[in-house]
Each structure stands twice: as structure tokens, then as C-alpha cells.
Design a protein around this ligand. Structure first.
Ligand code: PLP
Length: 216
């Protein structure tokens, strides 16, 4: 992992990019979730120090072990989630970004009534990506709301194949779907494609390697 000074420099560069692409409006709109997976707890402290808005973690076991002592920023769970891991994660997780099926939404609402969630959508339909189909999002949204969850928006990952064009289609598709459902938040954009996500209306970027360096 890079030094605190290097992370601060990288964070400043990302902020500059955001302003260059989307102006002041984008800087005000976008929150940066620092993806700290595989990095030690110290990375979370650095992220808070440099001005990131949240932490992103993928793996249930790692999250539970790392943040038993608490966490310095709101924690977004961004990995594929099994229902049997939800109970142990409740003390740590502030935003559940990967609700992709009603069973998971119901388990979260049972263990953490009124929890704040996002619905993960597989906009591209690429087989390797998790998330519900775009056409299923409305029914999933209604089910989660019926269960009392606070659904704030949608989350997606760009397809692996197809390059920038495919990422752009996937992000603009998520933005349109969120707007049509009356949801304000779109979590989209990682280190390799955040510039596209900024241009397409992201409100949350999930950034790991561009801040902390390559994961080993
Ligand atoms: C790992 C991960 C990220 C961050 O990836 P980088 O390429 O390091 O920025 C973002 N979102 C999800 C869902 C991830 O699994």
C-alpha cells in the first residue's frame, strides 16, 4: 500500500479530474468511497484523513475482522453477499450496495430494520456480473420498500469486455434506470472507468487502486 502522502496526492488528482469533467456541480454531487479491501485498517484511517466520504469492502470475513474496533467513515458493503453473512455484518455496514435479490433484502431488513441499501443491477447483462436484470429492478425496489428498507439508489459494475464504450453504455443505462425509478444515487465507476462514470452522472465512485496502489 502507498504512503499516506501518496494517497493524499492521488485523492487530490481524482478530485481535479472530477472537476475537469463535470465542474463544480460534479464535485458537489459525487462522494468517493475508498475501497480498502485487502489493505490493513490503517488504510481506512488514511482515507478518512485525506477526505474520502466512505469505505468500501467486498469480503464479509475481512470486514468483520477489520472493523470490530469501529470504522472512521460510513462503510459501504460492495461485494457479493450471502444471506448467512448479514447478521454478523450489521454492526459494521452503513450502506448495503449489493442487494440483487429479494431474499437478501428481506434478510437485511430482518436483521437491521430500515437499513440503507442500493440495488445492484447488471445493466450490460454480461453473464459474469452479478446484479438483478434491469427489467427486475422495479419489482425488487417495491419488495425492498415493502420490507421497510431505505432504498437510496442503484449500483453497477461495467462489463469486463467492450472497453470504454461498453462502460459508458452501462453507466448511462444505470443513470436512466435510476431516474425512471425516482432514485437519486448511482454508485458506478472504479479506478479504470471513473472518468466515464463522472460524465454519466455517478453520485458515488468506488475507488481502490487509483488511491492506494495495486492490491497484492
Ligand atoms: C474492488 C472493487 C472496486 C475498486 O476497484 P479498483 O479497480 O481498485 O478501483 C470497486 N467496486 C467493486 C465492486 C470492487 O469489487
Amino acid at each position: 500500500m502507498l504512503s499516506a502522502a501518496q494517497v493524499a496526492e492521488n485523492f487530490a488528482q481524482v478530485r481535479e479530474d472530477i472537476e475537469e469533467i463535470g465542474g463544480r456541480e460534479a464535485v458537489d454531487r459525487i462522494r468517493i468511497v475508498a475501497v480498502t479491501k485487502t489493505h490493513p485498517f490503517e488504510a481506512a484511517l488514511i482515507a478518512a484523513d485525506v477526505g474520502c466520504h466512505g469505505l468500501g469492502e467486498n469480503y464479509a470475513q475481512e470486514t468483520i475482522a477489520k472493523y470490530a474496533v469501529g470504522h472512521p467513515l460510513p462503510l459501504h458493503f460492495i461485494g457479493h453477499l450471502q444471506t448467512n453473512k448479514v447478521r454478523q455484518l450489521v454492526p459494521m455496514v452503513d450502506v448495503w450496495e449489493t442487494v440483487d435479490r429479494i431474499e437478501l433484502g428481506l434478510e437485511i431488513s430482518k436483521r437491521c430494520p430500515g437499513a440503507t441499501v442500493m440495488l445492484q443491477v447488471n445493466v450490460s447483462g454480461e453473464a459474469s456480473k452479478s446484479g438483478c436484470k434491469a427489467a427486475e429492478a422495479e419489482v425488487l425496489l417495491a419488495g425492498c420498500r415493502d420490507a421497510g428498507l431505505n432504498v437510496i439508489g442503484l449500483m453497477t459494475m461495467a462489463p469486463l469486455a467492450g472497453g470504454d464504450g461498453a462502460a459508458r453504455r452501462s453507466f448511462s443505462g444505470l443513470r436512466r434506470l435510476a431516474d425512471s425509478l425516482g432514485l437519486s444515487e448511482c454508485s458506478m465507476g472504479m479506478s479504470s472507468d471513473y472518468r466515464i462514470a463522472v460524465a454519466e452522472g455517478a453520485t458515488v465512485l468506488r475507488l481502490g487502486s487509483v488511491l492506494f496502489g495495486a492490491r497484492t
